[in-house]
Design a protein around this ligand. Structure first.
Ligand SMILES: Nc1ncnc2c1ncn2[C@@H]1O[C@H](COP(=O)(O)OP(=O)(O)OP(=O)(O)O)[C@@H](O)[C@H]1O
Length: 275
């Protein structure tokens, strides 16, 4: 059985019949073809799919950085492009490598989106950035450091603090634990789980890491054949007959992760209805 949207759920992202086509002299590349996806408030939806299946492009559509060739994307009822002035207030984005400004301090990186708005005095912006610094588990002593002085896990935390600076209800994560050692990845998952709960966030995440996938997701959506072929709990998804799903979840790597999943009930994805 695939995911059925509860009738009372608030639809944060609606994607209807989306086509994304990149034109080039060598021919058109159709990345998304009639793709449908609805994301409801409070869920942690993970996008999985083979390399080049359009996961990052889909996040960029939600951010308004790409535009539908055909079809419609709405975030909180508006086209993402229409949110651009206040975009950061509605959608926070954690890019894969953190994407911090190397010439700025930690605090100035976190404060950047608020400073760009030019609406608040500097001392308030500084206070807001310090609150976010502590929210992601870093101490005020880290505020003056340069990104080059930080570990990979700390860079992710600073980038997360920046993504959250304007308290967006929707958070997009591109490979949040990529490049982290297992201990830092576990710590970052714990942080994300806590923030999701405390801030009531809706999260859309791309991950290739099965531990992160099983640890955080309330729903998994699989991209293949230019669309979302199935979405639901791990069980729903695994039951769907498709070569990618078979290889991904039931190949050697997937089997090991599934065994770990069965060993620890706490790491099993919790269907939205049970949260
Ligand atoms: N701006 C662009 N112009 C032309 N082609 C693009 C552009 N952005 C992405 N593509 C192409 O769209 C396809 C999907 O890219 P995307 O980055 O979304 O894949 P992905 O599913 O995130 O892959 P991976 O898991 O390897 O990161 C790729 O073939 C990519 O080369």
């Amino acid at each position: 059985m695939t995911f059925i949207i509860p009738p009372d759920a608030e639809r944060v992202v609606e994607i209807r019949k989306l086509w994304t086509v990149f034109r080039s002299p060598d021919g058109d590349q159709v990345v998304h073809r009639d793709l449908d996806l609805t994301i409801v408030r409070g869920e942690v939806l993970s996008l999985v799919g083979g390399s080049g299946t359009g996961k990052t492009v889909l996040l960029r559509q939600i951010l308004g950085l790409e535009h539908p060739t055909k079809g419609e994307v709405t975030v909180l009822g508006h086209a993402p492009a229409r949110l651009s002035a206040m975009g950061a207030a509605n959608v926070g984005m954690l890019f894969q490598h953190g994407a911090l400004f190397s010439a700025f301090s930690v605090l100035d990186n976190i404060a950047f989106p608020l400073r760009e708005l030019k609406l608040l005095p500097d001392d308030l912006i500084r206070d807001a950035a310090l609150v976010k610094l502590q929210m992601v588990g870093l101490s005020p002593q880290q505020a003056t450091k340069s990104p080059s002085d930080l570990s990979g896990g700390m860079i992710k935390r600073v980038a997360l603090a920046r993504a959250l600076i304007m308290d967006p209800p929707l958070l997009l994560l591109d490979e949040p634990t990529a490049g982290l050692d297992p201990e830092s990845a576990d710590g970052f998952c714990d942080l994300l789980r806590g923030l999701h709960r405390e801030l009531g966030l809706t999260v859309v995440m791309i991950t290739h890491d099965l531990d992160t996938l099983f640890d955080l997701s309330s729903r998994i959506a699989v991209l293949a054949d230019q669309k979302v072929i199935v979405s639901g709990t791990t069980r729903d998804v695994i039951a769907y007959p498709h070569p990618f799903i078979h290889e991904y979840f039931l190949g050697g790597r997937g089997q090991r992760a599934m065994e770990a999943l069965h060993e620890g009930a706490a790491s099993r994805p919790v269907p939205l209805s049970e949260r």
